[in-house]
Design a protein around this ligand. Sequence first.
Ligand code: NZQ
Ligand code: ZN
Length: 386
Amino acid sequence: MKNFEFCVGTDIVFGRDTEKYLADKIRPYGKKILMVYGGGSIKKNGLYDKLMKILEEYEIYELSGVEPNPRIESVKKGADICREKNIDLVLAVGGGSTLDCSKAICAATFYNGDPWDLVVRKAPIEKALPLATVLTLSATGSEMDAGGVISKLDTNEKRGFGSPLLLPKVSILNPENTFTVSEYQTASGSADMMAHIFESYFDKEKVFIQDEFAEALLRAVIHYAPIAVKEPTNYQARAELMWASSLAINGILGTGKNDNWTVHSIEHELSAFYDITHGVGLAILYPRWMRYILSENTLDRLHRFAVKVMGVPDGDDKEKVALNGIEALEKFFFETLNLPSNLTELGIGRENFKVMAEKAVQIGSLSNGYVALTPDDVEKIYEMCL
Ligand code: NZQ
Ligand code: ZN
């Protein structure tokens, strides 16, 4: 196990009706709030009105319309409001896109140049407004991590950024706020959290605690995601998924490991070029990546994954068991969760694969991954996804 430092300073308030604690929790930061939200789901399901009532003592400004795969333009708009109105705290109400956009706003408020500099690490994040979140979609774990992902569509770029300064001060996790999430977003969010777990589970460093914990979380998602898809108001299922999403990426699984983020880097190029749903891209890529990297070096881990996570019966032929595990994962994503199974279905062809593969390898440092990948390897993996 490698050396590590682990500190997550987010106050998680989990459960039914927990929004009622928000007013007290954010009082130390000041009175002026920028509430950031997406395309309107919180108005349709009543959460917006509920929060307005709870926060009536505060002076609230709003930034709405944050896009799935949030754009740098929204970050600029939010930072302008924060500077103009002397905002004390940003309150993100939504899914990962809204939370990520809010994180970038918190940092961009104190930066005089182009906020994209902060995303691509051309300039360091030195100061940030405090952030509170009310999560409405279980997927990214942005509610309990210090990172975010912002897109710049005119140049086909989607980049991750992060700083401990961006860790939410408080996150309200009420599973009931996810009851209205569609089947499609529930399924793709579940694929995303599984992918977060995979990024450190498939790692050169083996650590008993993290590996067993990862398997338990994966089994929880595999058990509860289909229930949440079929019964959107099943509290237990929504609660298990919500907590799994936070635990998958709050750093605990990656401690003592290399924490590779290989397949995420490959997916980010897909959403950068084609603006697709992140979890769908991951569901299409992961089984192909597993098939591509299966070798005597990875066999033990893929075999263990098949047996302990996918419930495949063990046998003498380890490779066959491992392949059955990958097939079971495909069935889970594409049949049980009914996610699109290939890029062709999404209208994506091979025209940009070469440039996407080169960018993924360079930005994600894929030569240092669990299995080192070259641009040629990544291009082949994209081809397998057609
Ligand atoms: O915009 P609204 O109207 O709110 O609708 C959203 C959006 O259309 C809807 N939705 C959210 N909560 C809902 C709801 N609909 C009904 N009821 C609710 N309660 O769902 C749609 C998708 O929302 P979005 O926030 O885009 O989804 P998600 O949470 O999956 O976030 C995806 C973004 O996060 C990034 C992704 O790359 C992508 O840009 N990621 C962030 C990470 C992080 N911060 O650590 C890590 C991830 O790997 C990921 O890259
Ligand atoms: Zn992800």
